[in-house]
Design a protein around this ligand. Sequence first.
Ligand code: T4K
Length: 392
Amino acid sequence: MRVKRSRADLAAYGGRPAFDEPLHVGRPYLGDRQRLLEHLAAVLDSGWVTNNGPQVRALEERLAARLDVRHCVAVCNGTAALQLCARALGLVGEVILPSFTFVATAHALTWEGLTPVFADIDRDTHTIDPARVAALATQRSGALVGVHLWGRPCDTEALETIARERGMRLIFDAAHAFGCTHRDRPIGGFGDAEVFSFHATKVFHTLEGGAVATNDAALADRIRLMRNHGIAGIDQVAGLGINAKMSELSATVGLMLLEQVDEVIALNRRNHAHYRRALAGIEGVRLLEYDERQRSNRQFVVIEVDAAAAGVARDVLVDVLRAENVLARRYFYPGCHRVEPYRSDAVIRVLPETDHVAGRVVCLPTGPAVGEEDIDVIAQIIRVVSSDPPAR
Ligand code: T4K
């Protein structure tokens, strides 16, 4: 691997890629392989591999303590967590949410028969704009879903006020926000419930998995029933349910990785700080910052590219990076309102801030597999391309 790249070195100009192996956004961290295999073997030997076993129960207990909530219900993924939450809260009608999120936020609600109403975001924070939410709320609005995008907390206070005044339920999609705090409280205890994804790409994960965190005992009980076919005990079915259980193997991975999550977050912090130094002074490229007063997991390194100032279009930059084996992503372009089935809806959705941000964002690789030298090379590529971009 070469550290200093000039224009002529770049793969886009006929050079060799900077990295022999691809650098991914969201590369899963799996900790100590040997230890993991030993723990998994012990679970296999136990003869109990799913259906609310001891590993799942232990994980739920530890997560509830860490998130400072009374109840944490582990499920098979974050999408199912959202679906169960919506159903267990008895939501009907419209739900207000941002369009600038992973499509699962909208799909989970739509799958449950709800109508998504997309609110615009704040240009600086990338999270849902409470003023837009207030303008969209009607008699039909049953709930409001805020997304702590990039692990940056929504304006929870303003959203709580809107939800309370209008009698709406309030859910937070905290898929990106494990290990983050807001107003000195862990993300997890805000609103009626907060929903996590423990997908392999997340700072804390169980390969596939998710959870609902809540202080509402009745809600947690309903979700527990629903995730296991509505089964209340042997030969007792208490109501409609589905299979959304987490397996013992997933929970075992989670219990191991939970011990290391603070180290992973520390490495992400180091990487983010290094990106800040390495990208400094590149005109038109802005690194998204995190509020230093809040603890944040920094699992996403997000830059915004102002094409006019940078002298290079965002998509050209992404193509050049990818040619160098830096597999940058345009999360969450183009926004839910511009993909099916939402873009074909009769309702015309005008979301200028979402369009603005979705046209500029690039996520860069981070996590334990990415070192400071890698970041120097990535920043150098961006610096070279922005001063002398390829024609397109
Ligand atoms: N709400 C929000 C705000 C979310 O971001 C998500 C999920 C959800 C809800 C739903 O939660 P889950 O139901 O997924 O638990 C990935 C993840 O699959 C998804 O969990 C995540 N958000 C989303 C932001 O990213 P894709 O479609 O981008 O995945 P893919 O396959 O393109 O991989 C993403 C990156 O990770 C690539 O750079 C490759 C790398 N990767 C991925 C996997 C699976 C690896 O290096 N190794 C791997 O094993 O959705």
